[in-house]
Design a protein around this ligand. Structure first.
Ligand SMILES: C[S@@+](CC[C@H](N)C(=O)[O-])C[C@H]1O[C@@H](n2cnc3c(N)ncnc32)[C@H](O)[C@@H]1O
Length: 227
């Protein structure tokens, strides 16, 4: 996969990236910020917390660190809720500083402006080792692929790979099984994707699958719980 990337502005004013050779954006064109809040914070972390109010820390695994938007919003969530998070994320194609230093996520919502500097800290953090980023947020960012990574047990999985139509090799039943095997009982996998094949595969792997309303511009998304 080549890495020719262009910075774009999505409909809620937040940045995303356009991957020229895949002809695919890193987030929904209808709003990167809104999509991440909806799919991963509200239907991921908040939903998990409602079911597991006592369990700390939360262990999160993310497929595709990319712009760092999900990681950064999770850091904000962890600090605001005072819940310790251990965040494991993978990315085979880290962004250049020239790109990540332009990302405007810290300017979208005045209420969390205070956390703006942490986005750069996430990007600058050393790869392949555990790093304390803030009081409630520890991260291990690995430069590797989903195919290669050795997973830890997790409570919440942010499955944020490029769409199955663009990168089908990341949505195979084998890779979903690899991830779901490491999902703790009571844990959830959340993704913007809502294809029938994904839901069928997750069901066949023994997960309880929900189809939920999608973020702006998207009818549906998927969340799957490990019983
Ligand atoms: C849809 S983007 C989302 C990125 C990120 N979550 C964000 O908010 O910017 C998908 C990401 O998966 C990464 N990726 C590509 N191939 C991968 C692989 N084999 N394993 C893991 N991640 C991969 C891409 O480089 C890209 O950063």
């Amino acid at each position: 996969m080549s890495e020719k990337l262009t910075l774009i502005v999505t409909e809620d004013g937040s940045h995303s990236l356009y991957h020229e050779s895949l002809k695919e954006t890193y987030h929904s064109f209808h709003g990167a910020f809104k999509e991440s809040i909806h799919v991963f914070m509200l239907y991921g972390l908040d939903a998990w917390l409602m079911r597991n109010p006592q369990k700390k820390p939360i262990r999160i695994f993310e497929v595709g660190f990319g712009t760092g938007l999900n990681a950064w919003l999770t850091l904000v969530w962890a600090e605001q809720n005072q819940i310790p998070v251990l965040y494991h994320t993978i990315e085979p194609f880290p962004l250049d500083e020239e790109i990540y230093s332009q990302l405007n996520y810290g300017d979208i919502d005045d209420g969390i402006f205070h956390y703006k500097p942490y986005l750069q800290r996430l990007h600058k953090a050393n790869w392949n080792e555990g790093v304390v980023i803030s009081e409630y947020f520890n991260m291990k960012k690995e430069q590797t692929t989903l195919e290669e990574v050795r997973l830890y047990p997790s409570d919440v999985v942010f499955f944020d790979a490029f769409a199955p139509s663009k990168q089908p090799e990341l949505w195979t039943k084998d890779l979903l099984e690899k991830v779901s095997q490491q999902l703790n009982h009571g844990g959830a996998l959340t993704t913007y994707c809502a294809t029938g094949e994904l839901k069928r595969n997750l069901r066949e792997l023994g997960l309880t699958v929900e189809t939920l309303p999608g973020p702006p511009g998207k009818k549906e998304m998927t969340r799957a719980w490990k019983p």
